[in-house]
Design a protein around this ligand. Structure first.
Ligand code: NAD
Length: 383
């Protein structure tokens, strides 16, 4: 297949590009390096420095003999993305190229407007480019489980059949997202559904849970092929933050009561799910939605897992409940369906003690690079 990866310099985009390239697909990546600028704005760095995308593409070729085509540009510039898609003619477009952080989007009016402009307009440009140059291609779009929020009923995979006043219809599942970032993904989903229904495009929306993990088979091939590991309060996800806190003798900072429950998955399973979606595409006119996670945990569960891993490693780990900077339910019902990717053949890599121990060990080996000042949350939802 010819696979175009948008956001190919990112945490998930780069390992995905290597995965498809390794198995023999023709791969092109697009990025405008916006993430590197957001990091600079807040004085944040991943735990280990990440070589430039150009250097990683060269290293990949040196290690494997395989070429990844690289395009530098902004998806919000429709001329740029039109040109890339017209020339490359993808069979599948994997769209990771968005601002991915809830706290980033909540820090100011500018950041909220920027996030929604970047994500919604970029995604619209991709839809218009597909309609014009490759209407048979399949869009695999990364959404988030955070689109649903935490409703007091079971979360279905994208669609809900409703009986109302004696009549029945199937509608997009009602969304109650928790940040301007999550809202941008809801808007994307509505735009993609419209493009499939009206233009006949084929798309899969992957409502992804929180991803953890440092390595994939391909990132391990050379130090220059690694992907980013963020533990800071803007881009770091909860398990990463707790591991860094445990490794550096700091208390694990649980926001509020810690009963916030979410879906989680290993980075290896992100790649597996995206590959399954590409290999078994949606049909023309179909808007397919999968809930992409393998297990659900509360923040307290994750803290307990890291505390236990710390004990096994001979560390003294303490848990601290700090005021929650977010506005979210801290104890709630959560039961999200996630069978469609399993039906396609997903073989989950679960968050076992061995996985937590290996991640903690890696973080401890690099704990000298930790910037403690970037861990505590400074962005508040209501200020
Ligand atoms: N990592 C997670 O836990 C997680 C969970 C759910 C959903 N997602 C979604 O998956 C996708 C990838 O996440 P990630 O963690 O790899 O994020 P990331 O920030 O590491 O990667 C996104 C990449 O897209 C690029 N990008 C952003 N806007 C662009 C634009 N306008 N033009 C060109 N490139 C642009 C960035 O420079 C960055 O390299 C995002 O859409 C995110 O919302 C991630």
């Amino acid at each position: 297949m010819r696979i175009l990866i948008l956001g190919g310099d990112g945490y998930l985009g780069w390992p995905t590009a290597m995965h498809f390239s390794a198995r023999g697909d023709v791969v092109a990546v697009v990025d405008n390096f916006a993430k590197r600028r957001w990091e600079l704005e807040d004085g944040i760095e991943p735990l280990l420095p990440i070589p430039t995308l150009h250097a990683r593409v060269r290293r990949w070729q040196a290690e494997t003999g395989k070429e990844i085509e690289l395009h530098v540009g902004d998806i919000c510039n429709h001329r740029f993305i039109y040109t890339v898609i017209e020339r490359f003619r993808p069979d599948a477009i994997v769209h990771y190229g968005e601002q991915p952080s809830a706290p980033y989007s909540m820090q100011s009016r500018e950041a909220a407007v920027y996030t929604q402009h970047n994500n919604v307009v970029g995604n619209l440009n991709v839809l218009f480019a597909m309609k014009r140059f490759c209407p048979q291609a399949h869009l695999v779009k990364l959404g988030t489980m955070g689109e649903y929020g935490t409703p007091n009923i079971d979360i279905e995979e994208g669609w809900l059949t409703v009986n109302h006043n004696g009549r029945t219809d199937t509608v997009l599942y009602p969304k109650k997202p928790g940040s301007f970032y999550h809202l941008s993904k809801v808007h994307d989903s509505a735009n993609i559904e419209f493009a499939c229904r009206v233009w006949g495009l084929a798309a899969t929306d992957l409502n992804q849970g929180v991803v953890y993990g440092i390595d994939t088979d391909d990132t391990c091939k050379h130090a220059e092929l690694r992907t980013s590991f963020h533990y800071d309060h803007v881009f770091g996800t909860v398990l990463n933050r707790f591991l860094v806190q445990a490794a550096t003798g700091r208390k694990l900072t649980v926001y509020g009561k810690g009963g916030q429950t979410r879906g989680f998955l290993n980075i290896r399973d992100t790649i597996q799910c995206v590959a399954l979606a590409c290999d078994k595409p949606a049909k023309a006119g179909e808007f397919r939605i999968f809930n992409q996670f393998t297990e659900q945990f509360s923040v307290r569960d994750i803290a307990n897992k890291v505390e236990a891993a710390g004990k096994r490693a001979g560390l003294r780990v303490q848990i601290d409940n700090i005021p929650n900077p977010r506005v979210e339910m801290e104890e709630h019902y959560y039961n999200a369906k996630h069978t469609k990717l399993l039906d396609l053949g997903l073989k989950p890599n679960l968050l076992t003690d061995a996985v937590v121990d290996t991640m903690l060990d890696t973080v401890r080996r690099h704990s000298g690079a930790v910037q403690p000042a970037t861990i505590m949350p400074t962005i508040k939802w209501k200020q």
